[in-house]
Design a binder for this molecule. Sequence first.
Ligand code: NAD
Ligand code: UD1
Length: 345
Amino acid sequence: MAILVTGGAGYIGSHTCVELIQAGYDIVVVDNLCNSHKEAIHRVSELTNQSFTTYHIDLMDRELLELVFAKHDIEAVIHFAGLKAVGESVERPMKYYRQNLYSTIVLCEVMEKFGVYQLIFSSSATVYGIPKQMPIDEDAPLGAINPYGRTKQMIEQMLQDLAHANPHWRISLLRYFNPVGAHESGRIGEDPGGVPNNLLPFIAQVAIGRRKEVAVFGNDYDTIDGTGVRDYIHVVDLALGHLKALSKLSESSNLQVYNLGTGRGYSVLEMIAAYEKASGRKIPYRIASRRPGDIGLCYANTAKANAELGWRTERGIDEMCRDSWRWQSMNPNGYKQEEVFAEQV
Ligand code: NAD
Ligand code: UD1
């Protein structure tokens, strides 16, 4: 029996593959590499000393996906694959609705056809939109405010309808807060193409000298120092949350929703200071205007995941920055360097 990991070459997917293999699961990966590199898969294999099958296919290609299900005895699917850039989703909404919704529809239909009913879905705190109270618990009203977030909210709704219609389904919707950091080996990590949208990869690229300074988006929020506060979660803690969710799938009611965060927020300036400490480098920054669509404060109530999944985060802000820096300094150009080298030999 194997776990199918869609988007397994991506940032969170690759870290989860490592933890799955180390916990003794067989895995099969499907990824079209639209936002990732083959090298990430090689490194998962190297880190775990284990080979596994990866299909470079698009989830929307039903025929090929059916072949994957026909070939492997799949017991559950962890569905990371999707597009995630908020700004791009505003400019090209149909690309996001098509890719994120349609790939999930095809996946669920193929799962039903092959009698596979266990699914873990990567949702996001972004479904809460502009939250009315902090910390945010799972019952807070939803109201995503951009096309990317709305695809997540719509997929959640679709999966709820599916679970309601067919009691065989066992589905876990995991709402991630802000995943950061990297595997402690420094061999896998986040490798954003172009200018990073998210704070920590941006800070990392300033620390390594690829960018001049961090633009701090606003210092007039009602927070500890006026800068935005988020619930950053170490990607390995997040990956381990998936293993817990997987082990609880068959016991739980047929659809569950969990926040995966630490329950504690840090400001932009606190993150910059922690990164300076971890890297031993000065991180220049300047205060810029607020980013449109941003909220001041966002952190999770994690009581439900703690109690029902028996999961809690173990890595704090120092480990997040330390591991991010190790990855960044060992791979200043992400995975690309090695791929270029591989082509030359
Ligand atoms: P990522 O882009 O690194 O990984 C996604 C992977 O899916 C990539 O390897 C990409 O090539 C693949 N993919 C995309 N569309 C595909 C398709 N149609 N068929 C096959 N493969 C496809 O992103 P990530 O940060 O690892 O995020 C994983 C999931 O978690 C995404 O669904 C994302 O929306 C969600 N999420 C991420 C964050 C975050 O901050 N990273 C926060 C909340 C939720
Ligand atoms: C962003 C996405 C959100 C997604 C989340 C996790 C937007 C509007 N929202 O949210 O949908 O779920 O990432 O992937 O993009 N900041 C700076 N300078 C920077 C970058 C960020 O000051 O160069 C600040 C932001 O204003 C915010 C904090 O750092 O206060 C974190 O930003 P970011 O990493 O983009 O995460 P989110 O804003 O939570």
